[in-house]
Design a protein around this ligand. Structure first.
Ligand code: F6P
Length: 323
């Protein structure tokens, strides 16, 4: 391998820049050429490349977003799109790729490595933390801290008015953000897709807590929860309990922005170094992850096909602490 490309794809996450910096500098450290690919797989197809020098990644470790920009490429989902991308790599003598993103990014990478003889290593970057084979994904810790900050503020006004708030957090298919931020903010209830929580259960729960003892109530709802989202569940509870003073707050994309936490910066730096070293070690179709603090290599196949489980410990902790 003489020249590698790096791209960010899918939903951006705080810490992606720190990962790009680590990839670029590790490549240069190992005497490789490195190009930044703009707009994820779109840029790969269109040949939107920029040669990266060490100073191109100066002062980006603390910045949110991604200097390479990101996209969810439809064209890369097609055989023709991937053929164009391969041709661009041949024309530009790019021998291998580091892709930073989530399961959509890795699914694309996996098919690409099956169709063409190109080594690809993935770095887990998504605020959702929903990738099998790694304890943490880049951006998750920062997103949790952003949510905590917002929920603490909502708690102030909820207490002032004795209100019950339904706060929706991101997590299209997973409840990791909801569960962890719910525990960290002392939420009265947490609704996640991994746990069947019917409106009735929630209601009796709220009657024990909100009605009898609490001056305010916070229910954290994961975006992907089967209840249909914060507005839907709030309406159901309102119907049963018109006496409750209910409000809804959707936190939205603020969760994806901001300067990455120390944890995300260190994770991104560790995995960025590990990704380039994995390519030098002849790895071809894997994600680098962190398990109990150690770097692991997980085949794309495995991380895509398996679903990461929420830890029962956290469900248990929440059940005890929210009475
Ligand atoms: O996967 C990250 C994520 O932020 C999800 O939590 C959310 O459902 C989705 O991306 C939103 O995607 P978009 O920014 O394309 O609307």
């Amino acid at each position: 391998i003489k020249k590698i490309g790096v791209l960010t794809s899918g939903g951006d996450a705080p810490g992606m820049n720190a990962a790009i910096r680590a990839v670029v500098r590790t490549a240069i450290f190992n005497k490789l050429e490195v190009v930044g690919i703009k707009q994820g797989y779109e840029g790969l197809i269109n040949g939107d490349f920029k040669k990266m020098k060490s100073h191109d990644v100066s002062n980006i470790i603390g910045k949110g977003g991604t200097i390479l920009r990101s996209a969810r490429s439809q064209e890369f989902r097609t055989v023709e799109g991937r053929q164009k991308a391969y041709q661009q790599m041949l024309d530009n003598k790019i021998d291998a790729l580091v892709v930073i993103g989530g399961d959509g990014t890795f699914s694309g990478a996996r098919i690409f490595t099956q169709e063409h003889d190109i080594p690809v290593v993935g770095i887990p970057g998504t605020i959702d933390n929903d990738l099998y084979g790694t304890d943490y994904t880049i951006g998750y810790d920062t997103a949790i801290n952003t949510v905590i900050d917002a929920v603490d503020k909502i708690r102030d006004t909820a207490s002032a008015h004795n209100r019950l708030f339904f706060i929706e957090v991101m997590g299209r298919d997973a409840g990791f953000i909801a569960l962890r931020s719910g525990i960290a903010t002392g939420a009265e209830a947490i609704l996640i897709p991994e746990k069947e929580t019917h409106a009735k259960e929630l209601q009796s729960y709220l009657e024990k807590g909100y009605k009898e003892h609490k001056s305010s109530g916070i229910v954290i709802v994961a975006e992907g929860d089967k209840s249909g989202g914060a507005y839907t569940i709030a309406k159901e509870i309102e119907k049963e309990h018109p006496e409750y003073d209910i409000r809804v707050s959707i936190l939205g994309h603020m969760q994806r922005g901001g300067s990455p936490s120390a944890f995300d910066r260190v994770t991104a730096s560790t995995l960025g170094v590990a990704a380039v070293e994995a390519l030098l070690d002849d790895q071809k179709s894997i994600m680098v992850g962190l398990v109990h603090g150690d770097v692991t290599h997980v085949p794309f196949n495995k991380t895509i096909k398996n679903k990461k489980k929420v830890k029962d410990t956290y469900l248990h902790i929440n059940e005890i602490l929210s009475i």
